[in-house]
Design a protein around this ligand. Structure first.
Ligand code: ADP
Ligand code: MG
Length: 256
């Protein structure tokens, strides 16, 4: 049975998509079977996995509206080493179209149940909002991985997300928990980042992953080649950190 995780943080540009595709590629490298679900209409996880969002016949939009199953909508991201259910701009309409439908927050969960045995991990790349799309992600998942930059306002934004997770846990998905906080784009030379990192550890203890993802330009360059950084430049510091993170994740799941 797959472990299903949302990669979520309601802020944009914090590293959700980079974490999704590189954790997926890292997990694939250590022998795990992985599905990435792109829940962001920007389709960055789709493109960053080497799947052209403009050429997709079926996307997660069709899955949410129950026009297609995951088995029909998934494609193989050959070079990245995992499967993808892609997204494109069409998905922006789902928000409105789902409003009047039954079980509107449970659509993805139902769809994923059919492929749970095909994978060890399902990673859901969430949009930068706490919308109906994100809610579908949170209702489907066993846990949430929160990438965050160690900046001054990081902790403030975190409390909104933690409250949402608590509400979803209480009302919609009793399985949901925070798997961990991942420090990303980290620059140890910046004192403030070290301080926030220490604060995170004292607040959240072992919910903070041991692995730290450094700021690394190869991770930022990789998407324009349609590859996760882990595949684009395996020897880069960023790629190595994500492979470490994948190993830490596999270990952590063994202990859950
Ligand atoms: P989100 O999905 O949360 O909006 P992204 O993963 O798209 O965030 O990251 C935002 C930007 O930061 C992108 O241009 C990405 O390439 C860059 N980026 C993410 N992580 C790193 C990193 N560790 N080092 C350098 N650049 C990064
Ligand atoms: Mg993104």
């Amino acid at each position: 049975m797959a472990q299903i995780f949302c990669i979520a943080n309601q802020k944009g540009g914090v590293g959700k998509t980079t974490t999704t595709v590189n954790l997926a590629a890292g997990l694939s490298k250590v022998g795990q079977r992985v599905l990435v679900v792109d829940l962001d209409p920007q389709g960055n996880a789709t493109m960053g996995s080497g799947v052209d969002k403009r050429k997709l016949e079926l996307t997660v939009y069709d899955v949410l509206l129950e026009n297609a199953s995951i088995t029909e909508a998934r494609t193989r991201a050959e070079k990245a080493g995992y499967d993808v259910v892609g997204a494109n701009r069409e998905l922006a309409g789902a928000e409105v179209e789902l409003v009047d439908l039954e079980r509107r927050d449970q659509r993805l969960k139902t769809a994923l149940a059919a492929v749970a045995n095909d994978y060890d991990f399902v990673l859901i790349d969430c949009p930068p909002s706490l919308s109906m799309l994100t809610l579908n992600g949170l209702c489907s998942a066993h846990g949430v991985v929160v990438p965050m930059q160690c900046e001054y306002f990081a902790l403030e934004g975190l409390s909104d997300l933690v409250n949402t997770i608590k509400q979803v846990h209480a009302n919609l998905n009793p399985e949901l928990k925070v798997i961990g906080l991942l420090r990303v784009m980290f620059d140890p030379r910046i004192t403030l980042q070290q301080q926030v990192s220490e604060q995170l550890k004292s607040h959240f203890g072992d919910k903070v992953f041991n692995t730290v993802i450094p700021r690394n330009v190869r991770l930022a360059e990789a998407p324009s080649y349609g590859l996760p950084g882990v595949v684009f430049d395996p020897s880069s510091k960023g790629a190595q950190a994500f492979v470490e993170f994948a190993k830490e994740m596999v270990e952590r799941i063994g202990k859950l």
